[in-house]
Write a new protein. Structure first.
Length: 307
């Protein structure tokens, strides 16, 4: 295990092209390391790496994704502390950890990255399609349950209200003020607040169930929509955790590829004026926004069935 982790970490640090094709790692670990290298050390390569990932799993009739050339910049160093946190997350998998604890541990990986990562992430997000236009709208004001409850039955707002209340969710995943999101540089201030606000709404509009498999899938959808680092962290951890199990890796890599493609081929949703469409039924909203429901390659509750 120590040798495997050492080889994987070396590939994440150096990038796949800097090492022999396999260097003792199975193909799944090599691919997982390629994704991890992009999201931790070279975020400007994320789109090209994930497009390649999805293209390798392209189904009949699906067009090849073309991200264009990535900037020829040198990768950032990857500190040892990143791997300490990374392996700690994997070692804790299946140990009864809550979704919130996983979210916090995964988000915490960002604090272990090279100081130059923030500037690189800012550059990537500023150039991502739809981000500049959405963030120019200003700080997103929170939705309220009263606002949703006032909408007619059968409307998007009514469906969203039911999703939140029946599942006991918070209307926003985490407290944006407690996280001091206003203090982040633009557009990361907007992006972090906005995704807390619309994550569960995107579940509904995008056709992602609130199951284990689809929580992973929607991370790929979100990454494709606005290039945010946290979603990339989730995918890197997920792929590395599954790489030793061919069946599990096939399922997770397939659903990640499908959701990335879904996000890349869906018009940008960040800047949608949701209150303006609250009263409309979900099918009408999808049609108006150009959104199709996620074509999940496996049942959404696959993991729950196997538990």
């Amino acid at each position: 295990m120590d040798e495997l982790r050492s080889a994987f970490s070396a590939r994440v640090r150096s990038g796949p092209s800097a090492l022999p094709p396999r260097d003792g790692l199975a193909a799944a670990y090599c691919e997982a390391a390629e994704v991890a290298h992009a999201v931790f050390a070279a975020p400007w390569r994320t789109r090209s790496v994930m497009d390649g990932f999805a293209n390798r799993r392209r189904g009949p009739g699906e067009a090849e994704l073309d991200p264009g050339p990535a900037p020829p910049a040198a990768a950032l160093p990857v500190p040892d502390g990143l791997f300490d946190g990374f392996w700690a997350i994997l070692d804790g998998a299946g140990g009864g950890r809550s979704a919130l604890e996983f979210t916090q541990a995964t988000a915490g990986l960002g604090a272990q990255l090279d100081p130059g990562f923030l500037a690189a992430q800012l550059s990537v997000c500023r150039d991502w399609p739809g981000v500049a236009e959405a963030s120019a709208q200003g700080w997103p004001e929170p939705f309220t349950l009263d606002q949703l409850a006032a909408a007619p039955e059968g409307s998007l707002a009514s469906d969203f209200h039911r999703l939140i209340v029946e599942n006991g969710f918070d209307l926003e995943v985490l407290d944006r003020d407690a996280l001091s999101l206003r203090d982040l540089p633009a557009p990361l201030d907007y992006l972090n607040a906005r995704i807390l606000q619309v994550h569960d709404l995107w579940h509904l509009v995008g056709g992602y169930r609130t199951t284990g498999l689809h929580e992973i899938a929607i991370s790929a959808f979100q990454l494709a929509q606005f290039g945010h680092a946290y979603s990339g962290f989730v995918l890197a951890v997920t792929l590395a955790s599954a790489a030793a199990d061919p069946t599990r890796y096939a399922v997770l890599s397939g659903v990640i590829a499908a959701a990335w493609r879904h996000g890349r081929t869906t018009p940008p949703l960040l800047g949608v004026d949701w209150p303006a469409v609250w009263s409309r039924p979900l099918p009408e909203v999808r049609e108006a926004l150009g959104v199709t429901a996620f074509p999940s390659p496996w049942p959404a509750d696959l993991f729950e069935r196997a538990a």
